[in-house]
Design a protein around this ligand. Sequence first.
Ligand SMILES: Nc1nc2c(ncn2[C@@H]2O[C@H](COP(=O)(O)OP(=O)(O)O)[C@@H](O)[C@H]2O)c(=O)[nH]1
Ligand SMILES: [Mg+2]
Length: 301
Amino acid sequence: MSPALKAPAQQTSHPPSSFPPSWQIPSPSRIRPATPPVPDPGGCAPRIPRIGLNGPVRTRRTGRPRPDPAENWSRRMHLDHTHSGPAALSADAHRPDGTRRALRVGLGGPVGSGKTATVAALCRELRDQLSLAVVTNDIYTREDAEFLLREAVLPPERISAVETGACPHTAIRDDISANLEAVEDLEDAVGPLDLILVESGGDNLTATFSKGLVDAQIFVIDVAGGDDIPRKGGPGVTTADLLVVNKTDLAPYVGSDLARMAADAKAQRAELPVVFQSLRGETGVADVAAWVRGRLAAWTA
Ligand SMILES: Nc1nc2c(ncn2[C@@H]2O[C@H](COP(=O)(O)OP(=O)(O)O)[C@@H](O)[C@H]2O)c(=O)[nH]1
Ligand SMILES: [Mg+2]
């Protein structure tokens, strides 16, 4: 090719490439400005926007651009409608036959804080006066349900296990269908029931129950997890209907300051109640049982 026919040299810092044009790294002026981050709804995996350097990512089958998640955000997060209408059927206090359904109390909190031990103690304390049942949630096993069965805290037909297979909070807050089915099946099978305890799989401080699943929630932490946990807050500590600080018998051994935990909990929760308990102590679960009885009295009033 003669020099006169040569294409003008391109003003680019990119080396010439033999790749097809669509494979080349775009020059800086063609790079799309960063898209605003999509709000993270919580959960385990970060949300990955489907925008590539060369524009919207196209589907492999049709070649059409995949929808931008931000466009459908409000619809998918149910922000395009209100929830102020009648309560969902699951949250309704009555069963389809008109009878009052059982009060559902959720127990959440970090792994090992004493949720299953509290459920077991509550069953022993309340089973002679109330008709009750338990649903447990575990990630990969049914260990908590098996523990309750081994301990014979209730007849086997009153204990049901949900294997969440994912983040435990998903099954009690986001997709509650498996848990709803478990509580409704229990009530159909052995009802009428006064009380169903739903134990979440052990999770972090952000875990809370959907109000469509439970009517009240207890958040269980323990002194061995660190006496700064109440100060750190999070929805479990700040908004649960009852905060239980468990294993007070271990405080001297792990150097936890119970007075500081009480002051921090008060600062986070204002008037919401807090119970300090040791299941190894004399009073055991008595305070939590009294609180549950109070909730039940209000439920049936
Ligand atoms: N020392 C002491 N140990 C406790 C107490 N409550 C529970 N535990 C023990 O803590 C461990 C974890 O309890 P568990 O109920 O399985 O925790 P979960 O993961 O929250 O269900 C078990 O070994 C319990 O026996 C308590 O008040 N004091
Ligand atoms: Mg447990």
